[in-house]
Write a protein that binds this ligand. Structure first.
Ligand code: SAM
Length: 283
């Protein structure tokens, strides 16, 4: 069988802690454990590049075509999902993130869903409304930038251990470019957690999302990951609220939905997760 060599990325490994490495090892699809050298010219490598576009031009359109900055001009100091969703997300973060991590919270606002009792090395916010971001107690600093106008983040390559994007992926018009940019700034072994429910600002969500189903939206995010060479196979996490959760909920929206007989009235939870992989290349 042809020998396996690794792209230049293998040599760019940042120092990482052993606990983080444990997480990586379970997720990586490394093709070989040999010590073969890695002399490939990075220009020959397709790692981190966009392999194919997922969306058609029509699929990227929004009903509200004014700049996103205008829509988010005034702070919205609300939570966009219910307590059950947030608690599931916080538990997922507790499982997947380690205290020594440097984290980027993409499309962030005034709230963080990170566990309160864990101190991460650095948490950076990236969003559209400075007043919201300034109130977010978890952020060490933040950046305001419209990702639909400029999808370069302005961070060095390989500088974050984790990137999070909560209930916002539906607003990205060039998700392939944004996912490639996330790949670039993640350290090898770093992870990207994209979570969402079925709520959205309808006029600001892209057509492919608006017109999709719960199933197709999960598939869309899976394909965003797969469109970039070098992420691990995306893992999907789903949690549907139970009847017991519904009984315990006192939210007015939930109450009205239950009154109308519409399911539990609670927010279903979806997350798609993948890691920046070591990409094996075969001669
Ligand atoms: C539904 S809120 C979610 C906020 C936050 N992630 C949370 O969990 O509460 C959507 C967020 O996406 C951000 N956003 C929307 N369009 C954006 C764009 N074009 N560029 C950057 N951020 C954007 C907004 O700033 C807003 O905070």
């Amino acid at each position: 069988m042809a020998p396996t060599i690794y792209t230049k990325f293998h040599t760019n490994l940042q120092p990482i802690s052993s606990s983080l490495f444990k997480t990586q090892r379970t997720s990586f699809t490394m093709a070989s454990t040999s010590n073969e050298s890695h002399h490939l010219n990075p220009q020959q490598s397709s790692v981190g590049k966009i392999k194919r576009l997922v969306l058609t031009p029509e699929g990227r359109t929004k009903l509200n075509t004014y700049p996103d900055r205008d829509f988010y001009l005034y702070p919205r100091l609300v939570t966009h999902v219910d307590d059950g969703f947030i608690s599931t997300l916080t538990s997922l973060y507790r499982q997947r993130l380690r205290p020594e991590m440097q984290i980027l919270d993409l499309m962030s606002s005034w709230v963080s869903h990170l566990p309160n009792d864990v101190n991460y090395t650095r948490v950076v916010g990236h969003g559209l409304n400075a007043q919201e971001l300034a109130r977010n107690p978890r952020l060490d600093y933040f950046v305001v930038r419209d990702l639909n106008e400029d999808n370069k983040f302005g961070f060095d390559s390989c500088c974050f251990d984790a990137v999070l994007c909560t209930v916002s992926v539906q607003y990205l018009q060039q998700p392939e470019q944004v996912f490639a940019e996330v790949f670039r700034i993640l350290k090898p072994g770093g992870l990207f957690i994209v979570s969402f429910s079925n709520r959205m600002f309808y006029e600001k969500a892209i057509s492919a999302w608006r017109e999709g189903t719960a199933y197709s939206r999960v598939q869309l995010v899976v394909q965003y990951f797969q469109s970039v060479e070098g992420f691990t196979e995306p893992e999907v996490v789903r949690k549907f609220p139970s009847k017991d959760d519904a009984k315990e909920s006192n939210s007015p929206v939930g109450w009205i939905m239950k009154l109308l007989g519409l399911m539990s009235g609670l927010d279903p939870f979806y997350a798609v997760i993948a890691y920046r992989n070591f990409k094996p290349i075969h001669d």
